[in-house]
Every structure is written in structure tokens, then in C-alpha cells.
Design a protein around this ligand. Structure first.
Ligand code: FE2
Length: 277
């Protein structure tokens, strides 16, 4: 009982410190060009902004694509079936300069800092192949991420993504706002699942399928998402999908232990494999 009270007090203290830091940093937020203010505005309203490498027009994009395709071609066919579930194949490419240079483009960091409201940390990049599956599990279930209070993940499709490749899908922010009953119904279902995530049929009872937003797009499609605020998942696929996942939070995230997987050796590190050969 005493520990619960102590935990609650420390949670309130940390929440107050967070609110104070947001207020304090407001005047230091970097100025944005008009086109980037539109991205920010859309992110705040919808929780998601979809664009493309071409539209973003960052100079380091061609090196990024070249490096991603070269890494993809070297990925070995994984032995990743576990009880009928095919797990994604993930390479951590954070320390390869072509990836981190694009991830740290000042324009991108400025947009993200404005969204998060605090100095940001870029945690890393996963190169990821997702495979066909018959049933929802893992990130195929509807969920919210929990690394921090606000998170930006940037998904970059490396191959064309149609319905059969299992596009990223989300529920627009206004439909799950903290002032709506749906917000609490969804939280209850997530809690019941042990925060693992909820199935399509369960969500359909709360928010009808017709309101869900799948994000198909050609190779080079870029999706900014606040994966903490937005209910999201990868849809079931019958053909594989390749993508990059870039991860950003505030400089001191709420759950730093969840961020290490983007740079440590939880997943394969191609540069280490090459140097070991
Ligand atoms: Fe997620």
C-alpha cells in the first residue's frame, strides 16, 4: 500500500516535471518552413502524416536508398517460424552512416522537436522484412507503443506496398481522443490483453473497419506517426514487405529501457557480421 502511494507520488512528480519542461522549451523550439509547418499541423491533428522521399527532398535520400537496397539484398532467408507464426526479420542499421545521416537531417529533427515539444533523441533504425501470416500476433495486433509520452516513428517503404503486402494501418486520432468513450473502451481492451494488443474483430466492435486508415504506397513512401497516441498495427499480408523504421523520442524518454533495442545487439547488426567474417 505504502509503495503504491509512493509510486503514485513519484508518477505525479514526473508528470509535473514533464509539463514544466514542455512549457520551458516552447520558446526554444526551432522555426519551421511553411511546408514543414503543414507536416506538424497534420501530425498534431491526425497523428500521422504520409509523404514520400521525393516530396521531402532531403539530399541524403539517394545514399539512404542505395544503402538500404544493398543491405536488403544481403539479408539471409531467416528460419523464423515459431508455432505457425512467421516473425519479422530485423537488422539494426543505426550505426551505418547512410541511415543515421538521413535520420539526423536538421529539417527532420526540427519537425520532430516541434511535435515532441522537447529536445529529441534519435534512437536508431531497423531494417525490417515482414512475412505472410494467417493470424494476428505481435505488431499485427492493434496497439500503442510505450517508449515515451510522445514518440515519432518514421516508416519508409522499400518496396511497393499494396493491400497484399500488409500496409501500416491506424485509427485517426480524433476517433480515439482522450475525451471520447472510445479512448477508455480501447484502453480497457488493451489492458485485458496484457497490453499485447487487440484483434481486428474486437476493435471493429468499438470503431468500425470503415474508419480505419490503411496506408498503402509505392516504394519511397514515408509515414510519420506518433505511435504512442495513435492506435496502429501492420495488416495481415500474403506477400512480404520491406521497410525502414526510424525511432525518436524526447531526450529523456519515460521508458529508456525500451529504446536500447534500436542500437544494441538485440537484433542482427550487419556491420558486425561483415567485420566478423
Ligand atoms: Fe507499434
Amino acid at each position: 500500500m505504502l509503495n503504491t502511494v509512493k509510486d503514485k507520488i513519484s508518477e505525479i512528480k514526473s508528470e509535473l516535471a514533464y509539463r514544466f519542461a514542455l512549457l520551458n522549451h516552447e520558446r526554444n523550439l526551432p522555426a519551421l518552413e511553411q511546408r514543414d509547418r503543414l507536416i506538424l499541423q497534420h501530425l498534431k491533428q491526425e497523428g500521422v502524416y504520409m509523404t514520400s522521399l521525393g516530396e521531402l527532398g532531403l539530399n541524403s535520400a539517394s545514399n539512404l536508398l542505395q544503402a538500404a537496397n544493398s543491405q536488403l539484398s544481403r539479408m539471409e532467408t531467416p528460419n523464423n517460424s515459431n508455432a505457425g507464426q512467421r516473425l519479422p526479420q530485423i537488422y539494426t542499421v543505426t550505426d551505418l552512416p547512410e541511415f543515421s545521416t538521413w535520420a539526423r537531417e536538421p529539417r527532420l529533427l526540427n519537425i520532430i522537436e516541434n511535435y515532441i515539444g522537447l529536445p529529441v533523441a534519435f534512437h536508431g533504425v531497423h531494417l525490417r522484412k515482414d512475412f505472410p501470416n494467417d493470424n494476428q500476433f505481435g505488431t499485427l495486433l492493434w496497439h500503442k507503443d510505450s517508449e515515451d509520452r510522445r514518440i515519432i516513428k518514421i516508416f519508409l517503404y522499400l518496396s511497393d506496398v499494396e493491400e497484399k503486402h500488409g500496409p501500416f494501418e491506424y485509427v485517426p486520432l480524433p476517433l480515439t481522443s482522450a475525451y471520447s468513450l472510445n479512448y477508455y473502451r480501447i484502453y480497457y481492451k488493451l489492458w485485458q490483453s496484457g497490453y499485447l494488443g487487440i484483434h481486428d474483430d474486437t476493435l471493429n466492435d468499438i470503431i468500425p473497419r470503415s474508419a480505419w486508415k490503411p496506408c498503402p504506397g509505392p516504394a519511397g513512401t514515408v509515414i510519420f506517426v506518433d505511435t504512442k497516441s495513435v492506435l496502429h498495427h501492420g495488416t495481415l499480408r500474403t506477400e512480404e514487405r520491406s521497410a525502414l523504421f526510424f525511432v525518436y523520442t524526447a531526450h529523456s524518454p519515460k521508458r529508456p529501457e525500451l529504446c536500447t533495442q534500436y542500437w544494441d545487439e538485440t537484433f542482427a547488426r550487419p556491420e558486425l557480421q561483415i567485420s566478423r567474417k
